[in-house]
Design a protein around this ligand. Structure first.
Ligand code: DGL
Length: 259
């Protein structure tokens, strides 16, 4: 059982930022990463469509015998994880914007959040933010276009910089001291964001917390891989292989798969 792989899926290449955290915390785990780039972005899609796509990805990972699934996508987590947990009999780990730590630590009582439309309009996000950020000001911004630029290999383009400048302006004017990244594609923006934000603004994302939670749940279910062999790391995409290769910074086998 414990040598079975961990399955990880995202609407595209963004969830590789989460795969990196997981692989660095529990390096002997076998993993299967699934990038549904053909259907990216999920953000503007309705809840029912996001559930259908999440089911498709889950079925695929289950057919490859995964012991646990990490939904490495805020949009899929906030819209579909409840459905997945209710319908499949394995543990699911999700990712949500780290609004709680930002709300607890802000000194200006103002935090910014950059996420997709699907995440910001979800019931789960609204519950979390009512619970933890009721007494502070939250400047929400939908990151329209960001996922598309990353998926088409334009992470370092001038267009990306211009887009981010526009999105950050209202947050800077409101005097945020924390910026929450609510999409797994966005950690790849951090070097650009650091350049654009005032020095005192801290950027937080949930990647590390998701990796810790994955380890905890594996421990609780007695599913941690006890074999200390070189792990099998599989990457599949139904999109562009070069985009994924450029983000993985390593020599990994990436396969095209029409799922
Ligand atoms: N990585 C996904 C997320 O965390 C991007 C969603 C999208 O495809 O719009 O929300």
């Amino acid at each position: 059982m414990s040598t079975q792989p961990i399955g990880i899926f995202d609407s595209g290449v963004g969830g590789t930022s989460i795969w990196k955290e997981i692989h660095s915390l529990i390096p002997n785990e076998n993993t299967i990463y699934l990038a549904d780039s053909k259907n990216a972005p999920y953000g503007p899609k309705g809840k029912d469509v996001i559930i259908d796509l999440s089911v498709k990805n889950t079925e695929h990972l289950l057919s490859k015998n995964c012991k646990l699934i990490v939904v490495a996508c805020n949009t899929a987590t906030t819209n579909a994880i409840e459905y997945l947990r209710a319908n499949y009999n394995i543990p699911f780990i999700g990712i949500e914007p780290a609004i709680k730590p930002a709300a607890l630590q802000t000194k200006t009582n103002t935090v910014g959040i950059l996420a997709t439309k699907g995440t910001l309009s979800s019931e789960l996000f609204s519950k979390t933010s009512t619970l933890f950020a009721n007494n502070i000001k939250v400047v929400e911004q939908i990151g329209n276009g960001i996922v598309e630029l990353i998926e088409s290999n334009q992470l370092h383009s001038e267009e990306m910089k211009l887009l981010l400048k526009v999105y950050l302006q209202p947050m800077i004017e409101a005097n945020i001291d924390y910026l929450v990244l609510g999409c797994t594609h966005y950690p790849y923006l951090i070097p650009i964001l650091i350049d654009l934000l005032p020095k005192h603004v801290k950027i937080i994302d949930s990647g590390e917390a998701v990796a810790r939670q994955t380890k905890t749940i594996l421990e609780q279910h007695n599913l941690l891989n006890s074999e200390m062999l070189k792990p099998k790391l599989e990457f599949y995409t139904n999109g562009n292989l070069d985009v994924m290769r450029s983000l993985l910074d390593g020599n990994f086998d990436i396969e095209y798969l029409d799922f």
